[in-house]
Design a protein around this ligand. Structure first.
Ligand code: ATP
Length: 383
């Protein structure tokens, strides 16, 4: 009997490479905790678009709706397909169709990982980004194309409901953490949308007197993030600001090769979708250079999310255990620098990192695998 059905969309370039490692690790953890996972692979993305004219079939979102969760590798193939075709042909479509209104991006400076900052302190934050509105609505259009007067209108959309649900999510999350929420806006320059954002944020904040708040303009936030990242617990923001800040934050904590993300349907009326936040990295495809840790941590997020459904019973407890075990194993390997890919200054290959996590998380081999030899230094850490 299957406990959870998971749709896998590996995507393009390094997407399939890191998805293979994430799947391997989920299977190893599932085996250890008696969890039956069933995976179905959907080969959607750039090649599907070139073959059929669509990034995924018309009924793709309905197909995905039948699963407990969706796992996405990465989409992108800039040499052959414009990025916007893939983004609007898959990611944006799924986020909206399956009501994944929250994008949750944890950013943690794991012990053993070097920050680009000299004194980063303990970076441990979650960026909660509005995932359906703002600047990413595809409302607008061009006029006078290729003429002297050529213009483009790109409309940003903010709704009370859209802001309220993501801000509420941020406050609920903060209650499970350090009870602090930082809100990002820019009401002085964007006096309609961002004024509404600030107003709704203040209303929701009033309902959470036990949670402290801070409000920053986006430009000040870009500085704050670099100067005082350890002071941020939960950061909530509109779609584009959050997109930018989460890459900046990831860069402070070891790079995008370590950063996972979840597109969350908070009321669980449809499945949520988990992915590494990095793109398809065409520059390193096929070379075993991709760091699969972001993808593996996204798998841990997936398991913990499905396991945290109310009244989930034994299978849910096992899913949470499996997710926790994956994250703990990754933390151990990073702390001891035993599985560092080149982006972390090591020489470990994509597959070797996945193997190392599996060997430990599966519990089958409590002893260091050949890969882990070297008194806690090994796996290609550049000395
Ligand atoms: P896309 O068009 O799909 O967004 P991109 O190349 O514009 O792709 P990313 O894929 O995020 O953007 O890559 C940005 C940089 O980070 C590239 O140099 C890439 O090689 C590197 N990178 C991305 N993901 C990883 C990873 N998992 N491990 C190592 N390096 C990575």
């Amino acid at each position: 009997m299957t406990d959870y059905r998971i749709a896998l969309v590996p995507g393009d370039n390094i997407g399939p490479e890191v998805t293979a490692e994430a799947r391997k690790v989920m299977e190893a953890a599932a085996g250890r905790f008696g969890l039956a996972l069933d995976f179905t692979v959907y080969p959607w993305g750039a090649q599907h678009y070139l073959d059929t004219g669509a990034v995924m079939p018309e009924d793709g979102p309905d197909t995905l709706r039948a699963y407990d969760a969706i796992y996405l590798g990465a989409m992108g193939d800039p040499a052959r397909v414009p990025d916007r075709v893939l983004s609007w042909g898959f990611t944006q479509k799924v986020r909206k169709a399956l009501r994944q209104f929250v994008n949750e991006r944890p950013v943690k400076l794991w012990p053993g990982v070097r920050s680009v900052l000299a004194n980063p302190g303990e970076i441990d934050m979650v960026i909660v980004r509005e995932n359906a509105e703002g600047e990413y609505t595809n409302i607008g259009g061009p006029l006078y194309v290729e003429q002297e007067e050529e213009l483009a209108i790109q409309t940003a959309v903010y709704t009370r409901k859209g802001i309220e649900r993501v801000v509420r999510y941020a406050f609920e999350l903060a209650r499970t953490r350090r009870r602090h929420v930082t809100s990002i806006s820019k009401a002085n320059a964007l006096p309609f949308g961002m004024v509404l954002w600030d107003k709704v944020f203040a209303e929701v904040a009033a309902r959470y007197p036990d949670v402290q708040t801070r409000r920053l303009n986006i430009d000040a936030a870009a500085m704050f993030l670099v100067q005082r990242p350890a002071e941020i617990d939960v950061l909530v923001s509109a779609n584009m600001f959050g997109d930018i800040l989460s890459d900046e934050a990831a860069a402070l904590a070891g790079g995008i090769g370590l950063a996972p993300g979840g597109n969350i349907n908070a009321d669980r009326s449809a499945p949520s979708m988990f992915e590494p936040i990095h793109g398809s990295a065409p520059d390193i495809v096929g070379k075993e250079l991709a760091n699969p840790v972001a993808a593996i941590l996204a798998a841990a997020m997936l398991l913990r999310f499905v396991g945290s459904a109310p009244d989930g019973g034994e299978r849910a407890r096992n899913a949470v255990r499996a997710g926790d075990a994956i994250e703990e194993t990754v933390a151990l390997l990073l702390r001891e620098r035993r599985a560092a890919t080149p982006d972390l200054g090591g020489t470990a290959k994509t597959r070797e990192v996945g193997d190392a996590v599996c060997a430990l998380v599966g519990g089958a081999d409590p002893h260091p695998s050949p890969l882990l030899k070297g008194e806690g230094v090994a796996v290609g850490a550049r000395q």
